[in-house]
Design a protein around this ligand. Sequence first.
Ligand SMILES: [Zn+2]
Length: 242
Amino acid sequence: MSATVRQFDHAPYQHVITAEVRAVAEHAVAVDCTVFYPCGGGQMGDTGMLRDEAGHSMPVVDTVKGEQGLIWHRLDGELPAVGARVELELDWARRYRLMQMHTAMHLLSVAVPFPVTGGQMTPDKGRLDFDVAGDALDKAAITERINGWITEDLPVSVEWITAEALAANPELVKTVGVAPPTDGGQVRLVCIGEIDRQPCGGTHVARTGEIAPITVKSIKNRGARNRRITLEWQPTGEGGTS
Ligand SMILES: [Zn+2]
């Protein structure tokens, strides 16, 4: 069975796609192509709605990677059959928040130039763990740097390089202990203006100006050489950011 086409790699703003069901498992279907990002790289799997040709709608409660490059959509409802044509529509508000927060995580990794040992993001907040000792990290200074890059409205773009080219430039990899995602020997690089270039398979906004202002919520000491930095959205007073 061929891998699911990852439409979000090239078109992260596409909300809806028509797909064919390729495989059915307990409470999940795999399709030929999707706009739903599967959980991975610290980014949550997408949620949304699946509609069959009879017009029945069922919630997609999570999206995960399977074997052979298949992407599985976990469904809460009666499953469509193999071969069925379905329409998949993202919960776009949630996914856009994840794209904004994910891109903010890249800015955090520039503001704090130390190896990243882990990370996690939700639509409301995100965190990275850094391999750094001491107490020199300053919440206000990191917040100001990141919001400065948001105000600069830097372009975010994708480049593909060969695995060999990445091996020759190991400084591009900021995440420790995680192999960069490769697709047929190609590595996806996410570039932010002139300030950042790193392998990443997640979804990002097209310009940093799309990210809502953030604040460093906390810097936690989780060991001699582990600082966990958590970002969250600044309150807007309109209740529209979470
Ligand atoms: Zn990323």
